[in-house]
Write a protein that binds this ligand. Structure first.
Ligand SMILES: [Zn+2]
Ligand SMILES: [Zn+2]
Length: 332
């Protein structure tokens, strides 16, 4: 499997995280937030293929670009559209859905699920194009577990952060994959065939291979190697105080990529605290303490001159060397 990501939007402007997961049997894509103008680099078909849209919160700079997504997906025919966000998401999004003239009422269909991540549960509401999004169909209320999504190839978990109100952080993790060691297969004199799928699916018992009955547990020990999945976390617009740090460090533990806000530099800590944001000093310390693989700084404030962006990066690298801005920004 491969997990790739791209930061959409320019430095000093709104940003979006776009993630692409190729499981070998299919490609899944995910969007984190919908800042203004960020989606213009994605094609209509790329936007229609997004499996889940995750909102951190609904400040303008994270939702201004939603219309581009909505335009491509309001009548998605093959599946429902899945949106996630903090408490209040359904009401805010319903206003967005209804911000158009729907004189085609009843002629087209499209189903949207808005999943609100509340403190101890997930409340899902359904909205339908065929009733012009007028009804908020109350749906499922389920307990919120460590994983909010658990699919065969990946999982997603969430964490509630403090932005003078909830801002949700997300972590997407590929599940480990099992591979067959071709060299060992040959050394055992076995030929690949449909039995390999069965070997991957079963943990014990017997398997017929080339007319011989072989023990699955033994075969697995000889042939199967495990590749750990990659992981990416997205955190933006949150106060990074001691309490947040103590929950985030174990939650992020050894995550491959942490994409994180860079709204304030260290000398503006008082402003960061006042507006419930974090500084790059705090986020690079978090990256270090959580032993993540890399820290990608996004959501740069226009408050700073371009010349200061490099200084911010250098300051962060003093604490956590593997820090960078998105490659496309070419800021060193
Ligand atoms: Zn905000
Ligand atoms: Zn923001």
């Amino acid at each position: 499997m491969t997990l790739e990501y791209q930061i959409l939007g320019n430095p000093g402007r709104d940003n979006v995280l776009y993630v692409r997961l190729d499981s070998g049997s299919g490609i899944r894509t995910f969007l984190f937030d919908c800042g203004e103008g960020c989606l213009s680099n994605l094609s209509y078909s790329q936007l229609q293929a997004v499996e889940h849209l995750f909102f951190s919160h609904f400040h303008m700079d994270h939702v201004c670009g939603f219309d581009s997504f909505f335009r491509c997906n309001y009548n998605r025919s093959d599946d429902s559209v899945n949106v996630w966000g903090p408490i209040g998401s359904a009401s805010i999004l319903q206003h967005r859905f209804q911000g158009y003239w729907w004189n085609i009422k009843g002629e087209e269909t499209g189903t949207w699920f808005v999943n609100e991540l509340q403190s101890d549960c997930i409340v899902s509401s359904r909205f339908e194009l065929k009733d012009a999004f007028e009804e908020k169909h109350e749906g499922l209320v389920r307990e919120k577990n460590a994983l909010i999504i658990d699919e065969p190839n990946y999982t997603v978990s969430s964490i509630e952060l403090d932005h003078k109100g909830p801002s949700i952080g997300y972590k997407l993790v590929e599940k480990p994959t099992e591979n067959i060691d071709g060299a060992k297969l040959a050394s055992l004199g076995l030929r690949p065939g449909p039995w390999i799928q069965e070997l991957k699916a079963q943990k014990s018992g017997l398997l017929e291979v080339d007319g011989k009955s072989l023990e699955i547990a033994r075969l697995r020990a000889d042939l199967v190697t495990i590749s750990e999945g990659r992981s990416i976390a997205y955190l933006t617009d949150f106060l990074l105080d001691e309490e947040a740090e103590s929950t985030l460090i174990p939650w992020l533990n050894k995550c491959d990529t942490l994409v994180c806000e860079a709204q304030y530099r260290k000398e503006d800590k008082h402003l960061a605290s006042r507006y419930f944001h974090s500084t790059t000093e705090q986020t690079s310390l978090l990256a270090k303490n959580a032993q993540v693989g890399e820290l990608v700084l996004i959501h740069l404030s226009q408050r700073y001159m371009k010349s200061e962006w490099s200084e911010m990066l250098a300051e962060a690298r003093e604490i956590f060397p593997n820090t960078k801005f998105p490659d496309e920004w070419a800021i060193e």
